[in-house]
Design a binder for this molecule. Structure first.
Ligand code: FEO
Length: 203
């Protein structure tokens, strides 16, 4: 029979608490070293997305350069920022894949067009491209669900929200171009960066 002598009770409680503390310390150490490995199909899909985000960055860089040469510094500035954002998306995916025990592979990116028929046509391409990227992100979410990789699915939610914003931005720009008409590109070029400030203030 387990007996606790009078006066020793505090000793037993202290001993029990110290055992409990060391147990939680060990558990915490295990948790810190424990990685929920990325699912291989999700890893493949994310590596394909690395290529799409990298190409997006090159595409917007090419558009920015075209706009700059054509004497539209505002539109160029908007597109340079967009190109940087796409590179950031690519880096975000690369780091996530690597941190989850996978291996991100940086591919070659196809060369984007060097010339665009008009500013309106160019932003129509931006919208179409963002819709393509949104569909691609949604496909990866579907792979996560099918493979029960709920950690990646949750992490991808940031991209789902980002795509809503990017499609909205492209649509707003197209609305403004249609409203102003091709003859008012000077005003549009002067004001386009204010759209970024408005979007930033609304966040
Ligand atoms: Fe990162 Fe706009 O897609």
């Amino acid at each position: 029979m387990f007996r606790i002598r009078q006066g020793n009770c505090k000793e037993y409680v202290d001993h029990f608490l110290s055992l409990l503390f060391s147990y939680f310390c060990q558990l915490s150490a295990i948790n810190q070293n424990f990685i929920i490995m990325i699912n291989s199909k999700v890893e493949k899909a994310l590596n394909e997305q690395v290529e799409k985000e990298g190409y997006s960055s090159s595409l917007y860089l090419a558009m920015a350069s075209w706009a700059e040469v054509k004497g539209m510094p505002g539109i160029a500035a908007w597109l340079y920022v967009q190109s940087d954002e796409e590179r950031m998306h690519m880096l975000k995916i690369i780091k996530f894949v690597n941190e989850r025990g996978g291996k991100a592979v940086v591919p070659a990116f196809k060369q984007p067009a060097a010339d665009f028929p008009s500013v309106k046509a160019m932003f129509e391409d931006v919208l179409k491209h963002e819709q393509f990227i949104s569909a691609s992100i949604n496909d990866i979410v579907a792979v996560c669900i099918a493979e029960k990789d709920y950690t990646s699915q949750q992490w991808l939610q940031w991209f789902v929200n980002e795509q809503i914003e990017e499609e909205t931005n492209a649509m707003q720009i197209l609305d403004k171009i249609k409203l102003l008409g091709d003859g008012s590109l000077y005003l549009f070029d002067r004001d386009i960066m204010t759209l970024r400030q408005e979007a930033g203030a609304a966040e």
